[in-house]
Design a protein around this ligand. Structure first.
Ligand code: FES
Length: 875
């Protein structure tokens, strides 16, 4: 099916007109009360480079020029642009567009690309003022933008590069669409320049004829019995086509990645479990009308007292939030004799550590377009797993999976937050029932309420060592608030348990981790998946033990760090690919060369493992004229997967990557499961290598143009892992791991001046992308350490927009130096290990270690900024 094109969103009831120029073209447009410049640009003029990321003037994704000055289009009432000259990214001078796009690609300054068009417009204004190389001016300009992927540092470098080229009067930049494209090269990002220029559509940009719009009604209470949902008032509103409630679901009403406990719509008579519960879906002829009509839905509630503390939820007297009680899952395993080891240890640390709930803050809110057709329903998505989406949507509709096709459009950031089904089933249900295309785009406020967060953990640790600092035993008791629904919360706590000792050799281990239901927002997958939490705890214990033994913090890590032949916490024997000691050695100079330095090591599994299969699948389809389609079930969400797949195929076949298109669709044969656990590159690159090798063999006998119609399937299955606690000589719980050591250096005032990050990535298939993943993760890790939070008093989020989340701005980012090491892996394609998550695993712990080095006080709770207000300095 032909994918819909960017275009008009829907009819806007006219109450007045406004005249202005857009990209030098005079326009007169009708607008209705509440319309903004962004509405006019996107809905009426089909100029979709400007994106709606927050609707609140925080993210900067909608930046345009008004009378030559940057302005946020979502904050400009339509009436206020009368007589003004508006320039969008589409209308910038072509030389400026090309220079900026090439600079962004060359510096790796875009990942998901959702924030990029707005930043490019801001950059154009800096070029016009000759300020692109002025670091202070750049930081001031970027203060109006959020980028959740890059950590801003490559954006600053790109502006510098573009500014120099602009001043020199050059027409193009070398290095944009560079010739390098094999494995191990920093090949340019696939469709990078198109992303930078806003030419790659995201789901909210898509339009098809006859399209309707949907909006959701969420619960007002975290726990309340729904007596009735009254829809008649909403149904009578202009443009409203239909209102859906639980009674309209023809198939299964509950979905879930592992446990089907999450109702797509809560039915009358049932109790809500969080303020993200959906009670109704309004379908109307415009997005504005659909959203407006949600306020007319009347819900009759019996309000109940919410359960918001995980320990209270485990009390026998607590009301059961789910049929099976409030304990979602427990993971426990032990090795050796912890009691005896602790009793004979020279030093024992006993400490409780706590971490906070945080939000992914991907810049693209959830969006879905569902289109019914003769062959079934096509769902255009931005989720992290097209096949899991397909399975769940089909179940909700009561259809076989083959009747639903899911196609990835583009993903404007995810970080684990788009693993669960969010509103795909609602859009699909509406389209299925009204038999018209339906687009559903969440407001930022609804997005914050609806999707899972990072788990807050309460971690009680006992850690012993001998008189020289050798670790003797770890006992850990972990409790995670998993919120209202299972999501993958049980697995997050299982992962936290498995990583409870960090990358250290511990002969005696006793761990128990429990994921507990509450009426807080659900918690699930987020970059790090439980491991940044336990890293914060175990690294804090190591710093304390070092102080008690009387050795320095580098030394205690050097004594204990895992080496080949040692056992990971789960008992898995580390192989020759274990590179954590190399990463530690790589930061020796940075640690000892600084007066106030913190240090932490990290380990993060690649692949889900723990007894589950990890599979990568890639199909190469030769098209007419020698073109090639690379199809996979994994999602490109900014991490660079599609670029890497082209590199692999180019490497094996010698074909020019320019002839290759990459896509993710729910076709049979390319199921990969979720794009999660830092596994897509390691698995898919090997699958692509296998497929490409078969193609290369045929290419030896015939040109690609003669092979049109042929397909080559590459599959890589890793099915040799076992669950933690398995009694085996070598219980392999994960197919492999990534490793890191980070040093955080403070200046004389206690502000973070520099982060040095040494990472063993196995093989850097694309070094630029690798560095980008690590820099971006460190930005996220610093925010996690210091400022990010998502408090929910009484089960209600105390934040309403991106501005409240504590995300670091560009001017708050310190210098970051990434040192890539390549200790080849035995399993990952080309020796690659996962790099998507490890970048932030040690960061918060390293910051805590640095603060302790500065003022002598250990930190045991995140975030830490209130306790160290000068740690972040605006530059
Ligand atoms: Fe900036 Fe993704 S590239 S938010």
């Amino acid at each position: 099916m032909t994918r819909p094109s960017p275009g008009r969103v829907g009819e806007v009831a006219a109450v007045a007109t406004v005249s202005f120029t857009v990209n030098d073209r005079p326009v007169t447009l009708a607008w209705e009360q509440g319309a903004t410049l962004l509405d006019l640009l996107r809905d009426e003029l089909r100029l979709t480079a400007a994106k709606e990321g927050c609707g609140g003037g925080t993210c900067g994704c909608c930046t345009v020029l008004v009378d030559g000055r940057p302005a946020l289009a979502c904050q400009k009432p339509a009436a206020q642009v009368a007589g003004r000259a508006v320039v969008t990214l589409e209308g910038l001078p072509e030389r400026q567009r090309r220079l900026l796009a090439a600079a962004f690609v060359a510096e790796g300054a875009l990942q998901c690309g959702f924030c990029t068009p707005g930043i490019v417009v801001r950059a154009a204004s800096l070029l016009n003022r000759g300020k692109a190389g002025d670091r202070a001016a750049v930081h001031r300009a970027l203060a109006g933008h959020l980028c959740r992927c890059t950590g801003y540092l490559p954006i600053v470098r790109a502006l510098d590069r573009a500014g120099q080229a602009w001043e020199r009067g050059v027409e193009t930049l070398p290095g944009g669409q560079a010739a390098a494209h094999g494995v191990g090269t920093s090949a340019p990002r696939y469709r990078g320049e198109a992303y930078a220029l806003g030419e790659v559509p995201f789901v909210a940009d898509l339009v098809v004829p006859g399209m309707l719009h949907a909006a959701v009604v969420l619960s007002e209470h975290p726990r309340a019995r729904v007596r009735a949902v009254h829809v008649s008032e909403a149904l009578a509103m202009p443009g409203v086509v239909r209102v859906l409630t639980a009674a309209d679901v023809p198939g299964r009403r509950h979905v879930g990645l592992i446990v089907d406990d999450w109702p797509v719509l809560v039915a009358s008579g049932e109790a809500t479990r969080c303020v993200g519960d959906v009670l109704a879906v309004v379908v109307a002829d415009s997005r504005r009308r659909a959203r407006r009509a949600t306020a007319a839905i009347r819900v009759d509630y019996q309000v109940l007292t919410p359960v918001t503390d995980p320990h209270a939820a485990l009390a026998p007297s607590a009301p059961a939030l789910h049929e099976g009680g409030n304990l979602l899952e427990a993971c426990a395993f032990a090795r050796g004799d912890v009691d005896a080891a602790l009793a004979s240890s020279a030093h024992v640390v006993r400490q409780r550590f706590t971490t906070q709930r945080i939000e992914h803050a991907f810049l693209e809110p959830e969006a879905c377009l569902a289109v019914p057709g003769p062959g079934g329903l096509t769902v255009y998505s931005q989720g992290q797993g097209v096949h899991d989406d397909q399975r769940q949507i089909a179940a909700v509709l009561g259809l076989p999976p083959a009747a639903v096709q899911v196609e990835l459009v583009a993903t404007g950031g995810a970080f684990g937050g788009k693993e669960d089904l969010s509103i795909q089933a609602h859009a699909a249900l509406a389209a299925h029932l009204v038999q018209r295309p339906v687009s559903l785009v969440l407001t930022r406020a609804d997005s914050l309420r609806l999707h899972p967060k990072r788990h807050p953990l309460i971690m009680d640790y006992e850690v012993g060592c001998d008189g020289e600092g050798r670790l003797t035993a770890v006992r850990a008791r972990l409790v995670g608030d998993t919120g209202a629904y299972a999501s993958v919360g049980g697995k997050v706590l299982e992962r936290a348990a498995g990583h409870c000792c960090g990358p250290y050799r511990v002969p005696n281990v006793d761990v128990e981790a429990r994921a507990v239901y509450t009426n807080n927002p659900p918690c699930g997958a987020m970059r790090g998946f439980g491991v940044p939490q336990t890293a914060f705890a175990i690294e804090g214990c190591l710093d304390e033990l070092a102080a008690r033994v009387g050795i320095d913090r580098f030394k205690i890590r050097s004594i204990n760090v895992l080496r080949p032949g040692d056992r990971f916490a789960t008992g898995q024997v580390m192989t020759a690919s274990c590179g954590v000691a190399a990463t530690l050695e790589a930061v020796r100079d940075a640690f000892y060369g600084a007066r106030h330095a913190g240090i932490a090591c990290g380990i993060k599994n690649t692949g889900i493992g723990n007894g589950l299969e990890d599979t990568g699948r890639v199909r190469l389809r030769v098209l007419p004229q020698g073109r090639l389609e690379i199809l996979t079930g994994f999602t490109e969400m900014g991490q660079g997967l599609f670029t890497i797949l082209r590199q692999v195929v180019a490497q094996e076949t010698g074909l020019d990557p320019g002839c290759m298109e990459v896509a993710t669709r729910s076709e049979l044969g390319v199921e990969c499961g979720m794009t999660t656990a830092s596994r897509a590159t390691a698995l898919a690159s090997e699958a692509a290598r296998r497929a490409a090798a078969a193609l290369a063999a045929d290419l030896a006998a015939a040109p690609a143009s003669a092979l049109a119609g042929r397909e080559y399937l590459g599959e890589y299955v890793c099915n040799f892992t076992v669950p933690p606690g398995t009694d085996a000589v070598n219980p392999i719980t994960h197919l492999t791991f990534g490793y890191a050591t980070q040093v955080v250096v403070l200046d004389g005032d206690g502000a973070i001046a520099r982060v040095v990050a040494a990472h063993d990535v196995g093989r850097a298939i694309n070094p630029l992308a690798c560095r980008g993943q690590i820099e971006g993760a460190i930005h996220m890790g610093l925010g996690y350490a210091l400022s990010e939070d998502f408090p929910c008093p009484d089960g209600r989020p105390a934040v309403s927009g991106l501005k409240d989340l504590g995300i670091l701005k560009a001017g708050e980012m310190p210098e970051v130096e990434v040192r890539l090491l390549e200790v080849p892996d035995e399993v990952g394609g080309y020796g690659a290990k996962g790099v998507g998550e490890i970048g932030l695993v040690p960061t918060a712990a390293a910051v805590a270690s640095a603060l302790r080095a500065f003022d002598g006080r250990p930190r045991t709770a995140l975030p830490m900024r209130a306790d160290a207000p000068r740690t972040l300095r605006r530059r």
